[in-house]
Design a protein around this ligand. Structure first.
Ligand SMILES: [Fe+2]
Length: 354
């Protein structure tokens, strides 16, 4: 799969924060004390960095992280999953949308998370890996994330699931509650509530693969977030509480844009990063902040995230069935493979709000 561009440019992030927090152009210009001309230039995509920094401070964004985004200096480098996980990226008009397959390599039971717009590649993996897709789990029910649901259900005979606040009108579809568990052999999938972008927006937290994995739909993108015209602050709060509290080596599978890691988003997502990016050498200290560009360079050469453990034994529970009793996931045990080399992909995209 070719490198997927970041979903949002720095000016998209500014516009998204403005909309989300309800701050008009005139208000922002006045608060940030920037000229109308400079503001218009930044909104059109011209990276006037001092202006970008001033605007960030009044939009609850990290100035350093927004500058890194404006300078196109950081691209996520998630580790490879040797087995049990596949990502798909399908076209949706002028953008693309992600969907995923998660499976237990031993039992070959699989769950699809969202469907994208085309399932040809997904079905190729199902066939080549000899998988049995037992569930289609929807992060939310916006049309781009479930466009191929009828085709996927017809091809696999899987059960469709969505959050109880977003029930599907698909015959036979079922709903899950917050903090439910699905089990696929050794794999446990917990439904973390991250509403805001939509009422039932859910992050599926997957344990039992080589790395902890959070498939978060439009709650979070690499270096950005999904839009929400009415519940934006709630969305940020929920994502901070439920995604950013996961283990730091968690891999993040967003609904749009590239696969990323929690560690990367902690540092480079303007909505969640600290105002000033700390130097790696200053870990655990209050060291003077490094420049954004130096920080990006340091990240590009940093060692991959530490390996995590695999489960020791299969968990009880029926594949594809949610367990709302809070059954804990399997305990990790053995180390997995390190990450792959970094790579960068940047492409201008028109302003949009996913
Ligand atoms: Fe969405």
């Amino acid at each position: 799969m070719p490198l997927i561009p970041l979903e949002d440019n720095f000016n998209d992030v500014i516009a998204k924060a403005q909309r989300g927090y309800g701050i008009s152009d005139a208000d922002l210009v006045a608060r940030a004390e920037v000229s109308l001309e400079d503001f218009a230039a930044v909104k059109s995509g011209i990276p006037l960095l001092p202006v970008v920094r001033r605007l960030a401070r009044h939009l609850k964004l990290s100035p350093d992280a927004l500058v890194v985004l404006a300078k196109k200096e950081a691209y996520p480098r998630p580790p490879i999953f040797p087995r049990g996980f596949a990502m798909f990226n399908t076209p949706d008009e002028d953008i693309t949308v992600n969907n995923y397959l998660v499976w237990d390599p031993k039992t070959r039971e699989a769950a699809a998370v969202d469907t994208g717009t085309n399932i040809t590649d997904l079905l190729d993996v199902v066939k080549s890996q000899q998988l049995r897709v037992v569930a289609v789990l929807l992060t939310h029910t916006h049309s781009d994330h479930r466009a191929a649901l009828p085709a996927l259900l017809a091809a696999t005979g899987a059960q469709a699931w969505s959050h109880e606040r977003e029930p599907l009108d698909t015959p036979g579809a079922r709903t899950f509650a917050d903090n439910a568990y699905f089990h696929l052999g050794n794999i446990a999938i917990k439904t973390l509530p991250t509403p805001g972008h939509s009422p039932g927006q859910t992050t599926f937290y997957v344990q039992g693969l080589s790395w902890p994995l959070a498939l978060c739909g439009d709650s979070l993108f690499s270096a950005s977030v999904g839009g929400s015209p009415t519940r934006f602050a709630e969305q940020i709060k929920n994502s901070r509480a439920r995604i950013f509290s996961l283990p730091k080596d968690t891999v993040i599978g967003p609904g749009h844009g590239p696969l990323t890691t929690l560690a990367h988003e902690r540092r480079y997502n303007p909505f969640f990063a600290p105002d000033r990016l700390a130097s790696p050498a200053g870990k655990g200290t209050t060291a003077a902040p490094a420049s954004a560009s130096a920080q990006a360079e340091a990240d590009a050469t940093a060692a991959p995230a530490r390996a995590v453990d695999l489960p020791k034994r299969p968990r009880a529970g029926k594949a594809g069935r949610p367990d709302n009793k809070g059954t804990p996931p399997a305990k990790p045990s053995k180390s997995a493979k390190p990450g792959r080399d970094g790579a960068r992909a940047f492409k201008s995209r028109r302003n949009r709000s996913a």
